[in-house]
Design a protein around this ligand. Structure first.
Ligand code: PMP
Length: 308
């Protein structure tokens, strides 16, 4: 699934360096306390060249995640955006999965990170479909996790922080061990929250429902794309509390995410969703998003930033 470009370059604290040289010390703060924030997004092979998808929104979210954790990034948004473009170019990529990461480095071991430098890296990977090629057309089998998403005012879910993905790992590993591809978390009040690395939408009687920002979710940028596309199609989107059982009786359910894109869910806890395959609204939204990404239709929302 993931492909490290081991002969390639990584932007590391302001410079492009060889992949093998982009390393940190074992005593770096981030290793011990998970002190990092990061982004994940795609660069698409567009008819007119490699195009970074919603670059500005991802860089904004990176800076917001850092702000929540009182991390002052020693580069501007423009510099990090440029780094993303440079990494694609330096590696001669036509498409990629982009991974900027900001972390607290080597300085001291106390929880108080004030003596640890803030370091930044931007890497690119060659990554196919996150939940599998077939998943996009056929759908995935998922479970409701026994793990909840973080409670409010514990780990802020609006920050895309490395430490949050300890929770995600619990969800993903449990799902896989039990024969599912992914797990859906409930929040600590028992309402549907999100997948380990995806937001979730439920289709019922022609309307879209998705957990609101208060349900311990990461406010996904693909989720926002679905809001836009649905509105253009005249499909209503309701941000609300979603009871678990709505997943079982929905007409369609799908995940969204930069990695997962729009992935249909065909069963939850072995209960088929709708007809047990991708539904028509999921397909319609998927199609429009993919067409914008690869340039088959023009980009009405200015979501693409070309590398050249
Ligand atoms: N929730 C979580 C926990 C995630 O890791 C992701 C992936 N970044 C998402 C939702 C979807 O966010 P986006 O569409 O911005 O990739």
């Amino acid at each position: 699934m993931s492909e490290f470009l081991e002969n390639g370059k990584i932007w590391f604290n302001g410079k492009l360096v060889d992949w093998k040289d982009a390393t940190i010390h074992v005593m770096a703060h981030v290793i011990h306390y998970g002190s990092s924030v990061f982004e994940g997004f795609r660069c698409y092979e567009h008819v007119t060249g490699p195009a970074l998808f919603r670059l500005d929104d991802h860089i904004d979210r990176l800076f917001n995640s850092a702000k929540i954790y009182r991390m002052s990034i020693p580069y501007t948004k423009e510099e990090i955006s440029q780094a993303c473009k440079d990494v694609v170019k330096a590696n001669g990529l036509r498409s990629a999965y982009m991974r900027p990461v900001v972390y607290r480095g080597y300085g001291s071991l106390g929880v108080d990170p004030k003596d640890c430098p803030i370091e930044v890296a931007v890497a690119a990977l060659s990554w196919g479909k996150y939940l599998g090629e077939e998943a996009i057309n056929v759908g995935v089998d998922v479970c409701v996790s026994t793990w909840n998403r973080m409670a409010p005012n514990t780990f802020p879910s609006i920050a895309k922080a490395g430490a949050n993905y300890m929770n995600s790992q619990l969800v993903k590993l449990e799902a896989k061990v039990n024969g599912y591809l992914e797990g859906i978390c409930l929040d600590t009040f028992g309402h549907v929250s999100e997948g380990s690395g995806e937001n979730i939408f439920v289709v019922s009687k022609g309307k879209l429902y998705t957990p609101s920002i208060g349900a311990s979710i990461l406010p996904g940028i693909t989720r926002d794309c679905v809001f836009q596309i649905a509105s253009d199609f005249g499909i209503e989107v309701v941000e609300t509390q979603i009871p678990r059982e709505m997943l079982y009786v929905a007409d369609e359910v799908f995940f969204t995410g930069s990695a997962a894109e729009v992935t249909p869910i065909r069963s939850v806890d072995r209960i088929p969703v709708g007809q047990g395959r991708r539904g028509p609204i999921t397909e319609k939204i998927q199609q429009r998003l993919f067409n914008i990404m690869n340039g088959e239709i023009e980009d009405p929302y200015h979501w693409l930033t070309f590398v050249e």
